[in-house]
Design a protein around this ligand. Structure first.
Ligand code: PEP
Ligand code: MG
Length: 325
């Protein structure tokens, strides 16, 4: 797939009207980093840090993590890497963590909830990220933030660790960006202060869709029942894009759906102008975006909605067939 799109690799994902969509890649291992130059991604929009915790049989040490994050930043050669702090619980269970017997793990003690309640591990991870950044920009995001106070508490931890590292005489990052993953519908209705405080927002579409439709992403029987191009979900995404625009907070969409060209085009058309996906998907998404006019696709979406369609998929697909060569 990478070779097929080699000719557009270094070109931007600019549509026919001149609108540009930023395409980033998702990663989780050092082995993913060589895809950064070969895929044409602008940066790593989501670095899932839990894999390093899942492959070991004990909590990794701060020094090991700092060395790894530093190698990731070296390999990124100045491109932005958004590190997501540990997202465990639910489908990602650490072998050395006492298993919580929860009736609904996806809605249970997971991600930032664990991070805030047992802050030791999160603080150690933040220290490792600060040390790895050393004179370079640092971008951190917290997973599964459901309300403003969770974001401010997590952000305060980072600020305290920055102070501490400074007092200890370590070189601080050149700049620090703190973001939140928007994965629960509640956060879309948070006070404006949340959107002002967040340096960026990343929509975790896999979880957001699961909670929007109340359909378990792990349950084969229901996971594909609801289309991500359902007009309700698209309206919701549009609302999130509007709220972020109101405070000029950069927003990106980083669920699996962003890696499919039709979906990527529809998300871009309703105002999400940054997407993060598997590196192998970037070429195909870019190729489609460069061949269409997003404002025309937006009209197709609005018409489908006005006509009472449940999903815009059929209309958008038909339009794409007629409007690309
Ligand atoms: C998501 O929820 O969309 C996401 C990007 O995170 P994960 O798939 O790791 O939960
Ligand atoms: Mg998620």
């Amino acid at each position: 797939a990478v070779e097929r799109y080699a000719s557009i690799r270094d070109l931007p994902a600019t549509d026919k009207s001149g609108a540009t969509v930023a395409l980033h890649m998702n990663a989780g291992l050092m082995a993913d980093l060589p895809s950064l130059p070969s895929s044409g991604a602008e940066g790593v929009g989501l670095f899932r840090t839990e894999l390093q915790f899942l492959v070991r049989n004990q909590v990794p040490r701060r020094g090991e993590l700092a060395a790894l994050y530093s190698r990731v930043l070296d390999a990124a050669q100045g491109k932005r890497v958004a590190f997501r702090t540990l997202d465990i619980g639910s489908d990602k269970v650490l072998p050395y963590m006492k298993r919580q017997d929860e009736p609904n793990p996806a809605m249970g003690w997971r991600a930032i909830r664990v991070g805030l309640d047992k802050a030791g591990v999160m603080r150690m991870q933040l220290q490792a990220l600060i040390r790895a950044s050393c004179g370079r920009p640092l971008s951190v995001m917290f997973p599964f933030v459901a309300q403003l106070s969770e974001f401010t508490e997590a952000r305060d931890h980072l600020m305290r660790e920055l102070d501490r590292e400074d007092r200890l005489g370590h070189t601080l990052p050149e700049s620090v960006e703190v973001g939140a993953m928007l994965e629960t519908p509640s956060l879309a209705y948070a006070p404006q202060k949340f959107f002002e405080l967040a340096d960026f927002i990343s929509i975790g579409g896999n979880d957001l869709k699961q909670f929007f439709f109340a359909a378990d992403r792990e349950n084969e029987r229901v996971r594909n029942r609801y289309d991500c191009l359902n007009v309700s979900f698209l309206s919701f995404l549009e609302w999130i894009a509007m709220r972020c625009d109101a405070t000029e907070t950069p927003v990106s969409f980083c669920g699996e759906d962003a890696g499919r060209p039709l979906e990527a085009a529809c998300f871009s058309a309703i105002g999400l102008r940054a997407l993060s996906m598997r590196p192998a998907s970037i070429g195909a998404v870019k190729s489609l975006l460069r061949r269409i006019d997003l404002s025309d696709l937006r009209k197709v979406i609005e018409k489908a909605r006005a006509d009472g369609e449940q999903s815009v998929r059929a209309r958008a697909e038909a339009w794409l067939l007629d409007n690309t060569d």
